[in-house]
Unconditional design. Structure first.
Length: 458
C-alpha cells in the first residue's frame, strides 16, 4: 500500500489543478452552446443552398452556401467544401441551357430563405442573452446586432422594457439598442446602419411594402412617386435575373447634399457623386438636390438595379458590365415613367450616343476602366463610358448576335459561382474579368469591329 501513495497524491493534485469554478463551468457550457448554435445556423443555410441547387436555382444556391460559411463564423465544416465544388464546375456545366425558374419556385425559395433568416435572428438573440449571462457584454452586443441587421424589430413597452423580436433584452443594453436603431413608429425601432456614426434621420417620411422601403425628407407626393417608380422596376429586374433579393430593399433619398454627405461619412461609406448602392448596409442612397424628377428617377432606378443584382447573387462584376446593366434600367432614354407605368428597353438619349460615337474607348481600355474614377476626373469621359457600357452589353446580348450564347454563359458562371464576391462589400472583379478574357480574348478585334458598326446604326 505505501507504494501507491505517490500515485494517489499525484492524481489528487491533478484533479485540484484541473478543477473549474462554477463561473468557468458556466462559460464552458456557453461556449459549447455557441458552437452548436452556429453549426445549426450554417446547416440551415447549407441545406437551403443544396435544395436550391437541386431545383436549378444556382446563383441562389451559391449565395446560401456563402451564408452558411459566413453566418456560422466558419464553424460549419462542410460549407466551404461544397462552395469549392460549386465554384469549380467546368465550362460544360455553364454551357448547358437551363430552364427558367417559375415564379412559384422563386416564391418558394424566398419563403424558405426568409424563414432561415427568421430562425437566424432567434439563434443570435439567444446567443446574445447567453453571452450577457456570463458577463460577455461586447459579445452579447455583437450577436444582438446580427439579429438587428437581419431585420429584427425593437419594441419598447410602456414600462420601458426592451424586446427584440419578442425576446427581452438585458437592461444594460437599453441605451445601446436605441443608439443602433431609428424609430419607425411609436415604441418600435429598427436597425439604422449610420447610427454608430452619430447620424440621426430627422424629419424623414417613409413608405413601405413587403419588398421595398423608401425613406426621404422630400415632400409626401415625391415620396409616393419614388416608391411607385422603384416598385415598378422590381418585376423587370426579377425577370432579367431569374430571382429577387429575399431582404427588403431600402431606398434612402436626401433632399440636401450636405445631409447626404454626412450620412455617408457616418456610415463609413466612400464619398459619391449623387448616389450609390451601399452593399454593406444593403441600401440605395441618393441625393436629390438639383435634380429634376426625371433625372432623380433615373438615378434611383440605376442605383437600385445595382443593389438588386447584389441581393440575388453578390458576384463582383467588372465596371463595364455593372454600369451597363444599371444603365439599361435607369439610363437617359432607356426608360419612360408617366407616373403610373414604367417602360424599359429604350435606346440611350441621342446626345449621349452622339458623344460616344465621336470618341469610343478601344475595347482593351474600356474593359479595364474604373467607372467612378473616370467620372470624377472627367465627367464627359465618364458619361461616354457609361453609354458605351450600356451599348456594349446590349450588343453582346442581341439574340441574333454571334457572341450572345457565350456572353450568357459568362454571366451565368459569374453569378452562379459568385465570382469575386461573397462578403458584405464590393468584392473583387478580377476573377470575372479574367474569365471574360479567357472566353472572348481571341475575338476582341472582331467584336470591336462589329460593335462599332452596330453602334453607328443606333
Amino acid at each position: 500500500m505505501p507504494r501507491l501513495l505517490p500515485v494517489l497524491t499525484c492524481t489528487f493534485l491533478a484533479a485540484i489543478a484541473t478543477a473549474q469554478t462554477p463561473r468557468e463551468l458556466k462559460e464552458r457550457d456557453h461556449d459549447d452552446r455557441v458552437l452548436r448554435e452556429l453549426q445549426e445556423v450554417g446547416k440551415r443555410h447549407l441545406d437551403l443552398g443544396l435544395w436550391a441547387r437541386d431545383v436549378g436555382l444556382v446563383p441562389q444556391a451559391t449565395t446560401q452556401i456563402l451564408r452558411a460559411d459566413a453566418a456560422s463564423q466558419g464553424k460549419h465544416p462542410g460549407a466551404r467544401t461544397v462552395l469549392g465544388v460549386m465554384r469549380g464546375y467546368g465550362d460544360a456545366f455553364w454551357q448547358r441551357e437551363r430552364k427558367r425558374p417559375s415564379r412559384a419556385l422563386l416564391a418558394d425559395y424566398a419563403r424558405r430563405a426568409a424563414d432561415a433568416d427568421r430562425r437566424d435572428r432567434k439563434s443570435f438573440l439567444e446567443l446574445g442573452k447567453g453571452s450577457m449571462a456570463v458577463g460577455r457584454v461586447d459579445e452579447g452586443k455583437q450577436y444582438t446586432l446580427q439579429a438587428l441587421q437581419l431585420g429584427a424589430e425593437v419594441v419598447i413597452d410602456p414600462k420601458g422594457k426592451h424586446r427584440v423580436d419578442g425576446v427581452a433584452i438585458a437592461p444594460e443594453l437599453a441605451d445601446w439598442l436605441v443608439q443602433q436603431t431609428v424609430e419607425i413608429r411609436a415604441g418600435a425601432r429598427v436597425f439604422e446602419p449610420a447610427a454608430k456614426g452619430g447620424f440621426t434621420l430627422r424629419g424623414f417620411r417613409e413608405q413601405a411594402s413587403e419588398r421595398l422601403l423608401v425613406r426621404t425628407d422630400l415632400a409626401a407626393d415625391q415620396l409616393a412617386q419614388l416608391h411607385a417608380v422603384a416598385s415598378a422596376v422590381l418585376p423587370h429586374l426579377e425577370e432579367r435575373l431569374d430571382g429577387a433579393p429575399v431582404r427588403q430593399l431600402v431606398l434612402l433619398v436626401f433632399g440636401k447634399r450636405a445631409d447626404f454627405a454626412a450620412y455617408l461619412q457616418s456610415l463609413g461609406a466612400p464619398a459619391a457623386g449623387s448616389g450609390l448602392a451601399e452593399y454593406g448596409s444593403f441600401q440605395t442612397i441618393v441625393c436629390a438636390e438639383g435634380l429634376p424628377d426625371p433625372e432623380l428617377h433615373g438615378l434611383v432606378l440605376h442605383e437600385l438595379s445595382h443593389l438588386f443584382f447584389f441581393g440575388v447573387a453578390p458576384a463582383a462584376m467588372p465596371d463595364w458590365f455593372a454600369e451597363g446593366f444599371a444603365e439599361s434600367f435607369g439610363g437617359q432614354g432607356t426608360f419612360t415613367w408617366n407616373g403610373k407605368s414604367l417602360q424599359l428597353g429604350g435606346v440611350m438619349a441621342k446626345d449621349r450616343l452622339d458623344a460616344l460615337r465621336a470618341a469610343p474607348l478601344p475595347l482593351a481600355q474600356f474593359l479595364t476602366t474604373n467607372a467612378e474614377r473616370t467620372l470624377l476626373m472627367d465627367r464627359a469621359a465618364g458619361l461616354r463610358f457609361y453609354t458605351q457600357a450600356w451599348a456594349f452589353q446590349r450588343f453582346l446580348r442581341l439574340p441574333e448576335g454571334r457572341w450572345a450564347q457565350r456572353f450568357a454563359q459568362w454571366e451565368a458562371q459569374c453569378r452562379g459561382a459568385v465570382l469575386g464576391g461573397g462578403g458584405a462589400g464590393y468584392g473583387d472583379p478580377q476573377p470575372a474579368a479574367a474569365q471574360f478574357e479567357r472566353l472572348f480574348g481571341k475575338d476582341l478585334a472582331a467584336i470591336e469591329a462589329k460593335f462599332l458598326a452596330w453602334l453607328a446604326t443606333l
